[in-house]
Ligand binder design. Structure first.
Ligand code: ATP
Ligand code: MG
Length: 366
């Protein structure tokens, strides 16, 4: 167990590639922190610096307050699980899991106990005699996890460990990893580019883009209060809709080709000079074809035409044309509407976001 801390960490690869910069982050003891962001944003680089597989160009990394920046990987007591979990094909599951402990000359009884315990936690106790080729992808991934667990690391590092599995198995293994964190109470850092995986797994998420951490918070904090447009767009599915516009008049109104309404007071009137370019952000679930009753004044109606309705059973996703703007709305399964229907779309003004038109920073949170 360990608390991991990054102080002003930066990684510049040869060729002047800045893969990570200004990394200041704490992963609390026993916490499961997910590092999430698009491909190439620097997630693996940050993880590999914790492991000691990559040297930080500047800044320091601490485990429980102790500076480990210059320590080699084997002196950090970490375990890493990758996407490509190479198991030894000629060894059975037990030996695959026991291999690292045998190398370190742990006593036989202790090895048996640790492997047995890990196999029980992962539900693979009945597979210990099997060779990897006789296992499913999910079972193999469990063995790879088991091999990491038996070492009793202070920090677990996962780099997209589920990306080789099919969709159903990913969902199942995601729950397993969450349970694992609750059961063995070890600090975990988990890298993924999949925001759903990140939201469902993490105690907290750190959203990265272009080498920087943009925001750190619980899944609900990121969903409810994205600090910038990138985070707003990245978290949530279907993604947040954005409408470009500007502030006009006093008291300030949001004006765009699609809609116009007074800027709700929570965004702070002073930060809204007339003419400032701002972007409205509204999530598909905050748009209604029929406004919930008894909330007069909270909804702004917009004239719209339905383009496509996708019926998913538990919900319907509508792709809607609002004055030339493509908007996605998520509705209850009972919602009515088909291609070409003229409708009114109701925007929940208590749930809208605004972002600065140039910096992308969220308004009202500066
Ligand atoms: N050894 C290296 N030498 C030079 N550049 C590198 C090296 N490793 C990674 N990079 C670059 O650093 C940036 C971050 O890479 P990194 O592997 O950390 O991204 P990532 O977020 O893990 O992406 P992915 O989701 O695709 O795995 C990328 O631009 C990548 O091309
Ligand atoms: Mg990576």
């Amino acid at each position: 167990m360990a608390r991991v801390e990054f102080k002003d960490v930066e990684k510049i690869y040869p060729g002047n590639v800045t893969a990570a910069t200004d990394i200041n982050l704490v992963i609390e003891d026993e916490e499961l922190l997910v590092l999430v962001g698009p491909s190439g944003c620097g997630k693996s680089t940050v993880l590999r610096m914790v492991a000691g597989l990559e040297e930080a160009t500047s800044g320091r990394i601490f485990f429980d307050g102790e500076d480990v920046t210059d320590r080699p990987p084997k002196e950090r007591n970490i375990a890493m699980v990758f996407q490509n979990y190479a198991l030894y094909p000629h060894m059975n599951v037990f030996d695959n899991m026991a291999f690292g402990l045998k190398l370190r000359r742990h006593p036989k009884a202790e090895i048996e106990e640790r492997v047995g315990e890990a196999a029980r936690i992962l539900g693979i106790a009945h597979l210990l005699e099997r060779k990897p080729k006789a296992l499913s992808g999910g079972q193999r991934q469990r063995v790879a996890l088991g091999r990491a667990i038996v070492r009793k690391p202070s920090v677990f590092l996962f780099d997209e460990p589920l990306s080789n599995l099919d969709a159903k198995m990913r969902v199942q293994m995601r729950t397993e990893i969450r349970k694992l964190n609750l059961e063995i109470r070890t600090t975990m850092m988990y890298v993924t580019h999949d925001q759903v995986e990140a939201m469902t797994l993490g105690d907290r998420l750190a959203v990265m883009n272009e080498g920087r951490i943009l925001q750190v918070g619980t899944p609900m904090e990121l969903y409810d209060r994205p600090l910038d447009r990138f985070v707003g767009a990245f978290i949530g599915s279907p993604a947040m809709n954005f409408v470009e516009g500007a502030v006009q008049g006093s008291p300030p109104r949001f004006e765009s080709s699609m809609t116009s309404f007074p800027v709700p007071p929570r965004f702070g009137k002073r930060s809204l000079p007339a003419g400032r370019a701002i972007t409205l952000g509204v999530r598909p679930e905050d748009l209604y074809l029929k406004p919930p009753e008894g909330d007069g004044g909270r909804f702004q109606a917009v004239e719209a035409v339905i383009d496509v309705a996708e019926t998913l059973g538990n919900e319907i996703i509508f792709h809607i044309d609002c004055a030339g703007q493509r908007i996605v709305a998520r509705e209850d399964p009972g919602a009515q509407g088909k291609h070409g229907d003229k409708v009114r779309l109701f925007v929940d003004l208590e749930r809208v976001h605004f972002f600065d038109g140039s910096s992308g920073r969220a308004l009202g949170r500066e």
